[in-house]
Design a protein around this ligand. Sequence first.
Ligand code: FDA
Length: 316
Amino acid sequence: DLNPAVLLRQTILGMSRNDQLRDVIEKAPVSRDVVRRFVGGVTNQEVLGVASELVDTHRLVTIDYLGEDTVDPAMATHTRDSYVTLLDALSEAGMTQGGTVEVSLKLSALGQALGKDGNAIALENARVICQAAANAGTTVTLDMEDHTTTDKTLSVLRDLRQDWPWVGAVLQSYLYRTEQDCRDLAHEGSRVRLCKGTYKEPESVAFQSKADVDLSYVRCLRILMEGQGYPMIASHDPRLVEIATVLAEKAQRGADSFEYQMLLGIRPEEQLRLAASGARMRVYVPYGEEWYGYLMRRMAERPANLAFFLRGLATK
Ligand code: FDA
């Protein structure tokens, strides 16, 4: 494929797997400032500071400890414990009550890919984190990964919800199956984050064109808004944000019965505008030692971000 946008995306994704480049970028003294736009720091203390700034500016927060795809049980345990320590610290800082700051989890980081017992291990680790969240008075949302994990993740979700009905799910509008998943999950008390989807998926399971993914997003959004659950609109797309606002009005939803969500550092003025309009606006804040892969995926999604990043490297 000689489409320049596709080539650039592939180059950046290649960079994300290049350990030498990773070393250079991580060690460059400048990187810290530049990385900070999209990543909420490396340590608990740093991410607490970032979350506190967001809360002070009337935004809600969900924090993701970066550590995808582990095939090492010790790493999965480390990720679990990091979440528990983080939730305790957030609770002590008074930031969790009522779900002001919650956490997002990737089951692959909790051991889902560890052979035949992987799903059970991830479920057990997620249980520990949900209990810590319950103690802190906040919620947990399960991120959604590639389509081979969708059924497994929804089954973990069902298990967790038996004890903690506030556990949220993510659905991706690029998958053909998602309209039906939205119908299944549009019931009372069900928190569903709708996003477009970020993995490279085959035509057999997913829409390929932006137009089709966007149309599917609107169909899914309509189902969620007209349902009894709590829709979370995770998109930076101005058209979809506007459509969500109209659909919420049509469904006569109050401002506290749904929320908008965006990633840290992306459209911050729009985040503030939505928050000032009285809407609930939540910012997804990734943090931890494994920030490099996350950052490179964001760059691949939108090369304009790469220009920003490289400018920072060159001029600081
Ligand atoms: P898209 O990338 O199509 O952009 C549409 C428009 O938005 C652009 O034309 C532009 O106007 C505006 N825009 C986008 N990026 C911008 C930028 N950097 N600066 C300015 N304007 C910009 N995915 C997944 O597979 N599983 C998951 O669990 C999650 N979780 C998740 C949580 C949250 C809170 C968010 C916001 C996103 C996710 N995602 C995700 C990622 C999601 O699937 C998707 O890849 C990105 O959000 C990008 O899609 P958009 O809807 O923003 O639109």
